[in-house]
Design a protein around this ligand. Sequence first.
Ligand code: NAD
Length: 519
Amino acid sequence: CIHFYLIQGAHTLTPLWRSYSSAAPATKLYINGKFVESKAKEFFDVHNPATNEVVTRVPLATQDEMEAAVTAAREAFTTWSQTSVLTRQQVMFKYQQLIRENIHELAKIITREQGKTLVDAEGDVMRGLQVVEHCCSITSLQLGETMPSISKDMDTHSYRVPLGVCAGIAPFNFPAMIPLWMFPVALVCGNTYVFKPSERVPGAAMLLVELLQEAGCPSGVVNVIHGQHKAVSFICDDPHIRAISFVGSDQAGKYIYERGSLKGKRVQSNMGAKNHGVIMPDANKESTLTQLVGAAFGAAGQRCMALSTAIFVGESAKWLPELVERSKNLKVNAGHEAGADLGPVISPAAKERICSLVQSGIEEGANCMLDGRGLVVPGYEQGNFVGPTILTDVKPHMKCYKEEIFGPVLVTLAVDTLDDAIQVINENPYGNGTAIFTTNGATARKFTYTADVGQVGINVPIPVPLPMFSFTGSRGSFLGDANFYGKAGVNFYTQLKTVTQMWRETDVTPTQSATAMPV
Ligand code: NAD
């Protein structure tokens, strides 16, 4: 979409949100409807994970800039919260169309900054787009309740009203989907927003706000600041911000939940995961192994719903050699290269951490049946590549089991019974997602009801719910009350107001003031 670009020189197209004034391009802030150059003194370099070349520099926004973003959001709230629900719905209708039209451009940006394959990056956009599409039904989602004649001539009704200025803090692994879990839901309910993308992948979010502006969203309704801890603490502390959506690691999630809650804000915090797939001996072998490989290694394992732990029950452990053979066939390459199944991991530090967790597993007695650590991709020798890796004979006390690896590493355990598998899952502190592969309905039903995990898949490896439901991680994977998107998302971004009114055709003046509680 050419009109999103300023023409600079004969052949250079520069997105509005990026500036090329210094040697390395700096990403801009988006405040009160304008893409502005930050006056920051400190920057964070964003690297292409396939090459480690610097793609852009992200400013760590100054205090004044962050305050300006909140001021813009506060001012916009006075008018935006009063717009008709149909106006907000129309913005969403246009927005979903613009996202659809720009899906390839968004995917290219995601692949360049995050590393995932182009086709997976399009999936990232699509899953976020579905949330925007669901926001188009706000006319039903935000309906209140009413009860006529709760007393003589008296009726009560409740509204779901917006909160005010809300904020979102996003992780690196879904540069489009997760921002789209946040600000569209907030603003369609009548809130305004301050958004902080992951400093490692700012580009998709910047194009998304540019498209939002084109969809007719007024200035100040959504603002973007960049930064790290200081920006996060600012969001937690600013007295005008009423609610915070966070998705990311445990450390940051707990910190934001505690600090934000202490300041009286609503916080929803989606955090880390260790998702177990249970493979029963009666499962359909072909489809189970195919699904397992995709769910463990897709996106280089950098999905919070990646099926990173497989529990083989009884005889199904015999399928391990075949699982290894299939995993070997995956093509690891730069995400934009045709035929790539998985791209690099986000940073050299992430690669090092992943490799050291694999090593710790070996040292603690696990068997490395497939080792992707030494992989070098021709043409991308500087990239952060790790090939599919499979550890077997893993035990729950091992570090590689206890920690979220967040890389293309599948740890596998073997147990005798379904009950043993469920026990392992329920003793793990995380509760994001899980899946069982079986052809037995009773086994599936038992698993569904006894696995203490938010999102359960039956022969579905990554059971992320569509937005008519909500993302329902639980236990150590979630802090808060209302979950992301769906009805729960609307509840998170609204509060109830009840109105009780009395209208009488002939007003009867009471003879005496009632001092007792009316019943
Ligand atoms: P991260 O916690 O490092 O970063 C997330 C955000 O928090 C970023 O915007 C970052 O600037 C900020 N941040 C980072 N460290 C901070 C700190 N110490 N204090 C304050 N703010 C901080 O997470 P990430 O590495 O970008 O993302 C990967 C993690 O996110 C994984 O643990 C993954 O499981 C999790 N995740 C969870 C879900 C879910 O829905 N449960 C979805 C996606 C990712």
